[in-house]
Write a protein that binds this ligand. Structure first.
Ligand code: F6R
Length: 244
């Protein structure tokens, strides 16, 4: 695992967008998995801008959505689906058949997981996964205590996730479960990037890189990835030993 520090959220986002573009230029049919949320929003916007400026056709990749809130429909602006569609997939004109998002409204969530794992397997695995980190150290909805051996699964959300998650919604919603790729998917991905910005993430970034690997702090899994990168801005890096 390698740590890369950037001046601010903008330069961090530009670097991650450039990394995604480079992956797609190198392998147009790559399998890319992204998280939704505040951290990757600017990355998505810059990727769209870069692709347009560059005039590169990057519409051939397979997109995998990292996770979804169970019980939240895609038209709800707080859903992960809405984020992916509006920030990335529509602007890049990615055909639906190349897009694989969990349906959090499905009556058979187990089947959703089976389908997702099958798609990733058929495509030969994930080339690049870009994830955020929650205030409890979660990645996707891999909450504290999760097994690193899980593939896609449905999980009870941690109290922190339920509370912090309200920030995505305009009116209070009941958040209880999430459906998510597992950490085994992250470990199996050819390259994994965890991104974080701002001083509010400084504590969780310190724990990610300085705690011993343990499943009570799921993001420590990044230490086990041979091609894992923690890409952060100076705020998120501010509690790291080496930056003191
Ligand atoms: C969302 C997801 C979550 C977020 C994390 C950080 O798809 O997978 O794990 O990445 O909660 O969220 P932000 O970026 O909003 O701070």
């Amino acid at each position: 695992m390698e740590i890369k520090t950037f001046k601010d959220h903008e330069s961090l986002s530009a670097a991650v967008a450039a990394e995604i573009l480079a992956t797609l230029k190198n392998k147009p049919g790559a399998v890319i998995c992204l998280a939704s949320g505040e951290t990757p929003r600017r990355t998505c916007q810059l990727l769209v801008e870069l692709a347009r400026r560059d005039k590169t056709d990057i519409s051939q990749f397979t997109f995998i959505g990292l996770d979804e809130w169970v019980g939240i429909p895609p038209e709800n602006a707080g859903s992960c689906h809405y984020f992916f569609q509006h920030e990335l997939l529509d602007p890049l004109k990615i055909p639906n058949q190349q897009v694989h998002l969990f349906d959090g409204m499905s009556e058979d969530l187990r089947e959703e997981c089976t389908k997702m794992d099958a798609v990733i397997g058929e495509k030969g695995g994930i080339d690049l996964i870009v994830v955020g980190i929650g205030m409890n150290g979660h990645i996707g909805f891999n909450e504290p205590g999760v097994s690193f051996d899980n593939y896609s699964h449905v999980i009870d959300l941690d109290e922190t996730t339920i509370t912090v998650g309200q920030k995505y919604f305009t009116t209070p919603v009941s958040l209880q479960k999430g459906i998510t790729l597992g950490l085994k998917h992250l470990l199996n991905a050819k390259k994994a990037i965890l991104i974080a910005n701002g001083t509010k993430k400084a504590g969780v970034i310190r724990d990610t890189v300085e705690q011993k690997v343990n499943n009570n702090f799921p993001a420590t899994v990044m230490q086990q990835h041979a091609s894992g990168f923690v890409m952060i801005d100076e705020g998120a890096a501010s509690l790291l030993n080496q930056s003191k």
